[in-house]
Design a binder for this molecule. Sequence first.
Ligand code: GDP
Length: 343
Amino acid sequence: MILNILFARGLMRRMTETSIQPALKSVRRALLDADVNLDVADALIDGVRRRSLGREVIKGVTAEQQFVKAMYDELLDMMGGGAPPVGGNDDGATGTTKANPASLGSSSSPAATLAYRGPNGPAVILLAGLQGAGKTTAAGKLALYLKEREIDPIAVSLMSDDERSNTLASRMPRRNRRVLLCAADVYRPAAIEQLEILGRSIDVDVFSMGTDADPADIARLAVDKARDGGYDTVVVDTAGRQVVDEELMEELRRVKKAVRPDETLLVVDAMTGQAAASLTAAFDSAVGITGAILTKLDGDSRGGAAVSIRGVSGKPIKFVGVGERTQDLEPFYPDRMASRILG
Ligand code: GDP
């Protein structure tokens, strides 16, 4: 009753179609400019619009500003602003996956977590994706990310702000894992060599059997070696194709069956833009993914792929690639991506 009187006297304002129209248009333009899939963009906007209409406009802001903020929150939520389950086993094959506190990512990026099994055997991380997406590079990056030991917090606290933000140590929480890289991309001989070079450069062992062996056998033997050799994580690099095809999916399914990975991460080139929607849907339905790594975010890609991946699969983007070097991997921060998209 009191509220109605206040609204009637113009002391309180409500969000109306007219008052949010300009913001709605500019948000839509921003989403499409970021290469967000049209249907996804419209569904997002429509949801926020319906929830906003009739709401009281908060003192000190305009209806437009409030709409944009609601849209930002929606994007954040959708891209995993809330914490996803920690490094889960997607097919329940082992049921032994435990979250190790030391393996958790920073609290502001809850998705940057990867399965860890401790004494229950090596955690297996399978990388999948199209050729050229950045799988082999991501395998090296992940290995480095997982193997490094936490640096002395006192040393970090003594750094200047610039030093701290430029230091790899402050960009990535470190895990001190013993990692084995597995070269299961047998169709591209250069991929095996590339992984071996990467492994040497970061002092991580690489398991390979050349190009004549079967990828599923290679992956299984790599996990056996890891178990016997006291490694706690195996990162498996698989073959890609130019396009999604049944042969590729069948091979991935066989590798997956052979090693029952704790994580199956789809590696997606951010430049893929809205095509990431169909790509993610294809891999998720054929193989089942637990998350994604979005690569080449250092380029001029605009982030639409991030929205599509989460929107289509519901699975978190765990990391982003921000360069060609092994240290150019960062946890995925939904808030940064939401800002990048809305501009
Ligand atoms: P794969 O075929 O999926 O294994 O792809 P590669 O790992 O061989 O990567 C393909 C190309 O993308 C290589 O030239 C990499 O150096 C490059 N690349 C991978 N990740 C990134 C990234 O995050 N940023 C940039 N700029 N280049 C990347």
